[in-house]
Design a protein around this ligand. Structure first.
Ligand code: SF4
Ligand code: SF4
Ligand code: FES
Ligand code: FES
Length: 679
């Protein structure tokens, strides 16, 4: 019996850690291309090429990468520097019931949302207030059918983000609230099951314990202000980069930009470490490093200089009105005679997507640029150049641009809002007008709609599924109304219509979409032609191991017997008559470990270690590092290789005074892996 091992040598390797969501993402591209410009040989190993199974650090610099190719051959690559790309931290600090099937990481929630029409009603809670969290909440609110009447609440658990009490951009929060989302601050206390798809979620806030009945809790974070880059240990040229570009650039501009600059900055570190003769290129490299560092800093500037809204009842205060009306992205005079764009994007954020699409060059963000002392200050919006074409409205991911016409001599004003929701508008509809906090100001008649209607799917695809919805409003609402929603009457009418059309059956459980299968000996009706993992989740019988749903077959956690054959549930599609049998439940990913119950405050469910056990052990002293705590408690040594518990442990240790900030799990293989002989 022999193993075929291929050896190789490279200057730099970029390796995918577990659960990376996009490959290769923005930071990987910027890192690799800068390294290559300086003549370093770079290998990029991720899910689509060589699947990295583990890294063994070398003394000095670099590491040996152990990887497997699609033919299951093993590769051993010696690299002088390594960048490991890690998935974002999405799970919260443990509380009783946190590892239940109701609490799912944002990446899993997104996959499920794309694959099945999951239940999010009556209420979904999102833990965290990042831009990603707000955007997912906004997507749930705008894409769900009117009949769902889903409530979405974002809970801020950390509450310390410079001058802000939430982590993301103000424009993302505003869009979320205008669509009906709520933001609260509080600490999760417990999550317990009431009925098959109904959970009781207790949150401690300033007023006491709040009890929420929820369908699901989506965990998004951030739960600390960790910088996203680690070197482990310093000087070894072994770096971890936290992935933040999780969607396309248009959908996630801040995450995309941040990862790109972090990648560039790390490349300058590696080049300085490996290229001995930089010569005249040294200055260039220094300049790139400085610029990347400044841009990274700028990504968080909005937290130090947030825009504060001041309200009197539902109306913005006089001081806030003055600040809004004098902002240089808001038109000063053109709106009195014609429709013109108004950009209410006050914070120093890195985005400039609207600037990129404007055909007239009427938008010019100069955020963070140093102006010459005698230079005329450029307004953001050049209102004389804006033709009112409206292209910038759908380009803004946060819906913070609208068109306005507010004639001085008239009692009426006209506003045009971008609309990306699934329930399309038509002229003559009545819309509920809301202010920037989502409070209702009144109703208005839709006078014109551009873009595709509800039933015109081809036109929807051509127009990018957007609508431009024009409403006439009384003049006093021209600078207060900033969003539209469906009125309650319309929602009720839509419920009645859908009920009549489906004759009272639930569309999601339409018999033509469902097939009978056998699960652990019991007959079940289950969604047809979707991955088994997604179908089980939809039905509320998802297995605990599926919460880490990697979606690419890489994590090995979701194995299940299908007609007696062991398969990955995420890679196998449901079909009529199949018999599913759970395979050796992944030990305790939800608290199956002996002596553990879901009500326990367990930090590492795989191994069954309670938070109080770790705290008690630290209290006894002589544990100064993360390694020491892990060696004595075994936290992180279970089947999921710490994917569920490591970040929670790191945060716990930081709070307990143990130095764990730069800790990185470099030696541990992160996939279940059996060495198979090749002959
Ligand atoms: S409405 Fe058209 S011209 Fe005016 S700023 Fe937007 S994209 Fe430019
Ligand atoms: S597209 Fe323009 S208005 Fe919208 S968030 Fe980006 S910079 Fe702000
Ligand atoms: S969820 Fe990772 S292999 Fe199926
Ligand atoms: S929860 Fe899986 S190793 Fe700790």
């Amino acid at each position: 019996m022999s193993f075929s091992v291929r050896d190789g040598k490279l200057d730099v390797v970029v390796a995918a850690g577990p659960r990376v969501q996009l490959w290769p993402s923005a930071g990987i591209r910027s890192f690799a291309s800068l390294c290559a410009e300086y003549d370093l040989q770079v290998g990029i190993y991720g899910p689509d090429t060589l699947s990295v199974r583990g890294l063994v650090p070398l003394s000095g610099t670099g590491a040996v990468i152990i990887a497997e190719d699609p033919q299951k051959r093993i590769h051993r690559i010696h690299a002088r520097a390594v960048l490991r790309v890690a998935a974002p931290t999405e799970l919260p600090d443990p509380f009783p019931g946190w590892r239940s099937q109701a609490l799912i990481p944002l990446s899993t929630a997104r996959r499920l949302q794309e694959q099945v029409d999951l239940f999010w009603a009556p209420r979904t809670v999102i833990l965290g207030t990042s831009g990603q969290a707000f955007r997912f909440g906004s997507d749930l609110l705008s894409m769900s059918r009117a009949t769902d009447a889903t409530q979405v609440i974002c809970v801020e658990t950390h509450s310390q983000w410079g001058g802000k009490r939430f982590a993301g951009w103000e424009v993302d929060r505003r869009r979320f609230e205008m669509l009906g989302g709520k933001v609260i601050e509080g600490r999760p206390v417990s999550l317990s099951q009431k009925a098959p798809l109904l959970w009781e979620f207790r949150i401690q806030d300033a007023e006491g314990i709040r009890i929420l009945e929820v369908a699901r809790v989506v965990s998004a974070g951030p739960f600390d202000d960790f910088s996203g880059i680690k070197e482990s240990p310093p000087g070894n040229l072994l770096f971890d980069l936290k992935q933040t570009s999780l969607r396309t650039e248009e959908e996630d501009f801040d995450g995309w930009n941040l990862e790109e600059e972090r990648g560039r900055w790390l490349a300058t570190r590696v080049i300085k470490g490996l290229v001995t003769e930089l010569g005249s290129r040294k200055d260039d490299l220094e300049r790139i490093a400085r610029r990347a560092k400044n841009r990274i800093k700028r990504s968080f500037k909005h937290r130090d200089f947030p825009f504060h809204w001041d309200y009197q009842g539902k109306w913005t205060s006089a001081a806030t009105q003055r600040a809004v009306r004098s902002f240089s992205g808001v038109p000063q005079t053109a709106q009195k005679t014609r429709m013109v764009a108004s950009l209410e994007c006050f914070e120093e954020i890195g985005c400039n997507l609207c600037e990129k699409v404007c055909p007239e060059n009427a938008i010019r963000w100069a955020r963070g640029q140093i102006q010459a002392a005698d230079a005329a200050v450029q307004p953001v919006l050049s209102e004389k150049d804006c033709t009112g074409c409206g292209l910038c409205l759908p380009a803004c991911p946060s819906s913070s641009i609208l068109m306005i016409r507010d004639p001085e001599q008239s009692t009426q004003a006209t506003l045009t809002f971008p609309w990306k929701g699934s329930a399309k508008w038509k002229a003559g509809d009545f819309a509920t007008l809301v202010n920037r906090r989502g409070e209702i100001l009144g109703t208005a008649r839709v006078s014109e709609v551009q873009g595709a209607a509800q039933d015109d799917v081809t036109a929807q695809v051509q127009s990018g599924d957007h609508q431009w919805v024009k409403v006439e409003v009384p003049s006093h609402l021209a600078w207060e109304a900033r969003g539209i929603r469906r009125s309650k009457v319309q929602v009720q009418a839509s419920v009645a219509k859908e009920y009549a059309e489906t004759q009272g059956t639930d569309r999601r459980r339409d018999s033509k979409d469902m097939v009978e299968i056998t699960l652990d000996g019991e007959k079940r009706l289950i969604r047809d032609r979707v991955p088994i993992t997604a179908a089980l989740f939809e039905f509320g019988i998802a297995r605990p191991e599926d919460v880490l749903y990697c979606g690419d077959g890489g994590c090995g956690l979701c194995t299940i017997f299908v007609d007696g054959v062991k398969r990955s549930a995420c890679q196998t599609t449901v079909r009529k008559g199949m018999a599913l049998r759970n395979v050796e439940r992944v030990l305790g990913v939800m608290g199956d470990a002996p002596g553990i119950s879901p009500s326990d405050n367990v930090i590492c469910p795989c191994v069954g270690v309670k938070t109080e056990d770790v705290v008690e052990r630290i209290g006894k002293g002589q544990l100064g590092s993360m390694e020491a705590v892990q060696a004595l408690t075994s936290v992180g040594c279970g089947k999921c290789h710490g994917q569920v518990c490591t970040e929670a442990l790191r945060r716990l240790l930081e709070r307990s005074g143990v130095d764990a900030k730069g800790w990185s799990d470099w030696q541990f293989p992160w996939g279940e892996w059996t060495l198979a002989p090749t002959n």
